[in-house]
Write a protein that binds this ligand. Structure first.
Ligand code: ADP
Ligand code: ZN
Ligand code: ZN
Length: 856
């Protein structure tokens, strides 16, 4: 019997699509819901997820008519699914419900959402490939011919081919339009495997590994006897054998032959000799690409047995007792920098693990420092799986798989890790919950991982812990409103005190002629002092590249990106002007492109410039210091980030200069000075969160200093606006001041946490048309009323992005009057229906960003 299903496809339309699963595919598969299927859509082949199954053709057709509206003629036949890609569902009911919530709340399609929930590479666009797994001989084919001639034909073709083949190609060769049954049978017998559209490096790799036959060795003594025997014949074989033995003493991971050869400086021939004598056995194993890196661990000590402070203990106890109730509860852990929040997480995780539960730990991309990972690895070992953009797609795929199977008890990952299915999820921790990188701005779904964590926690009955030294206004507001349980740690752990903050007024210093370029003499002297004492220095400058832009001193022209109407960034190393939005780049000119004057200068100092300046200053002061820079430009190569930190930890580097990367998560006890070169950088940007962000950034970076009880820390902040409200809050170290000041402004202007900030963007090739359509759409939205404020259409800061003109319409939807967002969704739905009904065109692209972080 054919079966009938409703599928979510990765297209903009938000409805389900109805398909038939023909007899040849659907029999034997018990559960279809949650499985990926390959389905023809228009002229393409798409991968969708089965969401519903219908009892009969009539019901299916009813659904189809409802979903497709009048576009389905009454006599139309339902199209067939081409292939079912999973034998067991990729999504369970909870994850499907979670996806449905995201699609609804963020106003995007379920298909797009579910696709984003799978790791990269598991969502093939259309191609399914076949790869041969073992050698096929003439005899094999002859043997197969007797029972399955079609399969024998297939084996024949596969034997003569190197690499992978698409199923479509095989079907053409065999002159058949469906060879799925044969392929499945061959796969079941282990001849081949299907690659579900994944590129080869994403596929888990099988490699040759080696072990000592379990029957051979029962105890250490026996092993020594064997080793003596081997030693007499060959010392190299003995060395290899003992290395294998040692490996399995402390690890259950497969030992790969190529790795052990490298380590022991032996050859495959020696391995073969050992195997032929029966002392070792070869086998194939999945390579876990998350295997250890070569560099030393950055964790300063094993934190598994550190005694907690009173405040930490209180926090841990609250979380643990929530875990014991097996109910959903959300905590906001507000602990000053260096208060030992990480330790609180560790103890909570330990408790969850003892209960047999799994933990998801979200960390913002930028603070996903190797150090934090090393700290968890040291305490929890191999039960930690990592998912973030610094590991390769292959590693991420492995980690995802082992998490889904429940092998990894603790998953640490950036934003998208919130989508990892984990059996028996008990605890979700969102570290640095205030970080903007938790919000995905493009493409759909434009979700906020922290907010999704709250929802997922509710669905899974898990305990959620949001941690920060500088909580977002939204979370603190929720805590005050009683939605979250607030846990506070006011003191640093380990007897350390918060660092002393000193402000340097740049304008005043300049008048006193006490500025040397970007540095005040105060800061320079403090740096020199620490370098001589061999204490660590961190300098923070919130900008990358050598200089942000080039300006003509004659006519004032700043070179602009021809596509994006933003200033181009000057990269001195490559002598390039580069657009950080669209990637446009060109060689820097020696003369002004507008007036021809050679009088052109760099304005605004990036990290590279700061580094060069500092070198010069220290040289004139006769001080030699090793300076390293840590920003996106110096850390893109895999491992380089960790290398920089290792050098700093081992004190090979005296001064670490960097962007936000040095502001967060670093815990080095020898750092006693943090210098903020220009604190105002983030203060004057067109963003309603500018004040909050500046406070957060500066507080975080200041928190890198004086993290041990033995060395107290100092922070020097250079600013031209020492009396600005956010700066005062930073200098007095008062979160409450910032919170109260900001909250008042937000309430007055209806911004979060009092509203949902929704940005609807229109873009297209023709400026006038974009403007017109933005107006049409705005007209279809309700005028400002108790539920909303409607703004625009407005010109964004960047009018032209990637060759398209843009306009924005902004909705601020009152949380007081529309707490669940029902009115907002209804209004958006109505506007889209009306707009598409009258003005639909493919020349205009529209995106909706719910809870947008800001406007660019
Ligand atoms: P946070 O994440 O709150 O900034 P961390 O968890 O990184 O703080 O802790 C800061 C430092 O203090 C770390 O080196 C940590 O090992 C140490 N630490 C934390 N708790 C304790 C404790 N109870 N006793 C001693 N040292 C501690
Ligand atoms: Zn000029
Ligand atoms: Zn550009």
């Amino acid at each position: 019997m054919p079966r009938y299903v409703g599928i979510a496809l990765p297209v903009r339309m938000q409805q389900l699509f109805t398909y038939c699963v023909p007899d040849t595919l659907g029999v034997g598969q018990t559960v279809l819901i949650g499985c990926r299927v390959l389905a023809p859509f228009a002229k393409r082949m798409l991968t969708g997820i089965v969401i519903e199954e219908y009892e009969s053709r009539a019901i299916a057709e009813n659904h189809a008519r409802r979903h497709h509206g009048s576009s389905l003629p009454s006599n139309a036949t339902l199209r067939d699914v081409v292939e079912i890609l999973d034998s067991t569902p990729m999504f369970n009911q909870t994850m499907l419900a979670f996806g449905a919530w995201i699609a609804e709340y963020y106003a995007c399609s379920l298909g797009d959402t579910l696709r984003a929930m799978l790791p990269q590479g598991m969502s093939p666009e259309s191609v399914v490939r076949v790869r041969t797994l073992r050698e096929i001989t003439h005899d094999h084919i002859e043997e197969m011919k007797k029972r399955a001639p079609r399969r024998a034909e297939l084996l024949h073709i596969l034997r003569d081919h190197v690499g992978t083949l698409t199923i479509g190609y095989l079907e053409r060769l065999l002159n058949s339009d469906n060879i799925n049954a044969q392929i499945e049978a061959l796969e079941a017998d282990g001849w081949i495997e299907r690659e579900r559209g994944m590129t080869e490096h994403v596929k888990p790799k099988m490699r040759k590994a080696i072990m000592i036959p379990p029957a051979l060795v029962n105890d250490e003594e026996e092993f020594h006897l064997i080793l003596q025997t081997v030693e007499k014949a060959s010392s190299k074989q003995a060395r290899l054998l003992s290395a294998i033995y040692l490996h399995y003493q402390h690890s259950e991971d497969p030992l790969f032959i190529s790795d052990i050869c490298k380590q022991t400086n032996t050859t495959p021939a020696i391995v073969a000799a050992l195997i032929s004598k029966g002392y070792a056995e070869e086998f194939s194993a999945l390579q876990h690409r998350t295997a250890h890196r070569d560099l030393a661990t950055l964790a300063q000590r094993d934190e598994a047995h550190v005694a907690l402070t009173l405040e930490q203990r209180h926090a841990v106890e609250k979380i643990i007792s929530a875990l014991d109730t097996h109910q959903n509860k959300t905590f906001l852990l507000h602990g000053v920098t260096g208060s030992g929040k990480t330790l609180v997480y560790m103890r909570a995780i330990e408790h969850a693990r003892a209960q047999g539960k799994t933990t998801l730990l979200l960390v913002p991309e930028i603070s996903l420092t190797p150090q934090l990972i090393d700290r968890f690895r040291l305490v929890f070992g191999e039960s930690v799986a990592l998912l973030h953009s610094k590991v390769s797609a292959g590693e991420r795929y492995d980690a995802w798989q082992s998490s889904a199977r429940g092998e990894a008890r603790i998953v640490i990952g950036a934003r998208s890790a919130i989508f990892v299915p984990l059996p028996n999820l008990g605890l979700i921790i969102v570290d640095e919950e205030h970080e903007p990188s938790y919000k995905q701005d493009s493409p759909d779904p434009r979700y906020h991982a922290r907010d999704c964590a709250i929802v997922r926690g509710r669905m899974e009955k898990a305990v959620v812990v949001l941690g920060s030294a500088t909580p977002s206004l939204e979370s603190m507001y929720n805590a005050h409103a009683g939605k979250y349980h607030l846990l506070t740690i006011e003191h640093r752990a380990d007897g350390a005190t918060l660092p002393q903050l000193r402000v340097v007024d740049i304008l005043a210093e300049r008048k006193k002629r006490a500025m040397r370029g970007s540095f005040s003499t105060t800061l320079l002297q403090a740096i020199a002092d620490r370098v001589q004492k061999k204490e660590g220095v961190i300098l923070y400058q919130n900008r990358r590249g050598f200089a942000s832009r080039i300006e003509c001193h004659e006519c004032g022209t700043i070179p602009q990106c021809p596509n994006c109407s933003v200033a181009l960034t000057y990269h001195k190393f490559s002598m390039n002007l580069r657009c950080h939005y669209c990637g446009y780049s060109r060689k820097a000119e020696h003369h002004c492109t507008s007036c021809g004057s050679p009088d052109i200068h760099e304005v605004g100092a990036g990290t590279q410039r700061i580094e060069e300046e500092l070198h010069e200053h220290l040289a004139t002061m006769n001080i030699s210091a090793v300076i390293e820079r840590m920003d996106l430009d110096t850390t893109t190569k895999k491992g380089s980030h960790k290398q920089l930190l290792t050098n700093f930890a081992e004190r090979k580097t005296d001064i670490l200069i960097g962007t936000q990367m040095v502001a967060k998560g670093l815990d080095f006890s020898h750092v006693t000075l943090v210098g903020v070169v220009y604190a105002d950088m983030s203060l004057f940007v067109p963003d309603f969160r500018a004040g909050e962000r500046t406070f957060q950034l500066l507080t975080q970076v200041a928190g890198r200093a004086g993290r041990s009880g033995t060395h107290s820390g100092e922070v020097i902040i250079q600013t031209a606006h020492p009396t600005h409200q956010s700066m005062v809050a930073v200098l007095t170290g008062s979160y409450e001041t910032m919170y109260n000041d900001e909250l008042q402004d937000r309430r007055a202007l209806l911004y979060p946490p009092f509203a949902r900030f929704v940005v609807i963007e229109f873009s297209g090739k023709e400026d006038q048309l974009v403007h017109l359509h933005a107006n049409y759409f705005a007209g279809a939205l309700p005028k400002s009323n108790q539920f909303f404020q409607r703004l625009g259409p407005a010109y964004p800061t960047i009018v032209r992005l990637r060759n398209a003109y843009r306009r924005l319409v902004i909705l601020k939807s009152s949380k007081e009057h529309d707490p669940r967002g029902v009115e907002l969704r209804a209004a958006l739905h109505k506007a889209f229906t009306e707009y598409y009904g009258k003005h639909r065109t493919s020349s205009i692209h529209i995106t909706v960003n719910i809870d947008a972080q800001g406007v660019i």
